[in-house]
Design a protein around this ligand. Sequence first.
Ligand SMILES: [Fe+2]
Ligand SMILES: [Fe+2]
Length: 184
Amino acid sequence: MNTSRLIYRSRQFWQAITTRSTQDDTDLVSSILSPSQIELFNLMQKSEQVHSLRVLSELRNRGAENRDLQTAALLHDVGKVRAPLRLWERVLIVIVKAFYPDCVKKWGSIPDGDTLNGLGWRRAFVVAEQHPVWGAVLASQCGTSPMAVSLIARHQDQLPPSHISESSEEDSLLRKLQAVDDIN
Ligand SMILES: [Fe+2]
Ligand SMILES: [Fe+2]
């Protein structure tokens, strides 16, 4: 990620923390998620809800009608409810991702059985790396389809470049999700 990309990401970040969701957004969420999924969605920070709605909106603008994909769009970052990040931690993640992406991976690993307690400054990186898996578990516990759960678990995975025709349906949906997650 270069400096112009960092500026772009900073602008997205600022929009996400200053925009509020509307009644139309609430109606849209209710038309896609079940009551227990909505409870989960509502646990997210408002800025994360706005980000998820923007991902969903962009996917719909691109003609994506797949229900599992739309569910994953709304819930892909729900794992962050396990450890909501403070503003400075979110800024730190954006900056380190921009200039030292390998460090995010290294500092974000967590040994089996470890808790978030006592991680100090590393906590933000653990959340950045681990929230896809945490979110998949939470989504699964409220009856989310296996396909949507898998999309949530894999939303940060790096897919190998390949022809669309060679992709599985899941990989094809994942590429669509990642494409809009990255720009929203
Ligand atoms: Fe995420
Ligand atoms: Fe996201």
